[in-house]
Design a protein around this ligand. Structure first.
Ligand code: DX5
Ligand code: ZN
Length: 218
């Protein structure tokens, strides 16, 4: 019995009203707030950096889950830690020295996350699993909200759950989560579901607990 956490991504929120948007999702019972940082280089889109993270931090009462889609990542880790991130997630594809990156995140005393793109095999994570608190499985190619869920990634979730065994490592799923796909990844071993467009639609906030209810039904 693994309690599923819902982490709405503010990538689909109104960027001029982060404070209100965060309050709305937290009032509706979300567990974490997922913050997507994009650099226009590692991914073909730009969002914001540590200054914005620092500005939104006081509005977050739960957990600030920062997903860094940037390369290089090492020069910015301390800045995101100082901005108040609780979890700092870097991509295994972001550079040749992921072990060093994870050590640098651990050195900040924040939780360390490791994200994996759809084209990277689960086995790539095995040598560094002891340095991570969270694995973020991308079920879309990172860069944009509102993309279609890539179904074959569910097998990767199952493999990672087996690789992780009893270790206290979260499996977070990012991309294309809807009330239909949520139960599939939960059954495969995920325990944190990121949802952007599914939660924020047309500037208004849909209830995050909808996802949790569907999972409870499986
Ligand atoms: C994609 C981001 C996701 C994104 C998910 O690069 O990492 O967090 O916001 O959005 P949806 O839920 O719309 O697929
Ligand atoms: Zn993300």
């Amino acid at each position: 019995d693994r309690k599923i956490k819902i982490a709405p991504s503010i990538l689909s929120a109104d960027f001029a009203n982060f404070g209100q948007e965060i309050q709305a999702i937290e009032d509706q019972g979300c567990d974490w707030v997922h913050v997507d940082v994009m650099d226009g280089h590692f991914v073909p889109n730009l969002t914001f950096g540590p200054a914005t993270c620092k500005a939104i931090r006081p509005h977050i009462k739960t957990v600030m889950d920062v997903h860094l889609m940037i390369a290089p990542v090492d020069p910015y880790i301390d800045a995101f830690a100082e901005a108040g991130a609780d979890i700092i997630t870097a991509h295994i594809e972001a550079g040749p020295h992921i072990h060093r990156t994870l050590q640098a995140i651990r050195a900040t005393e924040k939780k360390a996350g490791l994200a994996i793109n759809p084209g990277t095999p689960a086995e790539a994570l095995a040598p560094v699993l002891d340095l991570v608190d969270l694995v973020c499985v991308m079920t879309v190619n990172p860069g944009f909200g509102g993309q279609k869920f890539i179904h074959p990634q569910i097998d990767k979730v199952r493999s990672l759950r087996a690789m992780i065994g009893d270790r206290p490592i979260h499996i977070e799923i990012d991309g294309g989560i809807t009330p239909e796909t949520a139960p599939l990844v939960a059954a495969a071993g995920a325990d944190v579901l990121v949802a952007g467009s599914g939660v924020f639609s047309g500037g208004s906030v849909a209830k995050p607990e909808v996802y949790g209810k569907n999972i409870a039904a499986i």
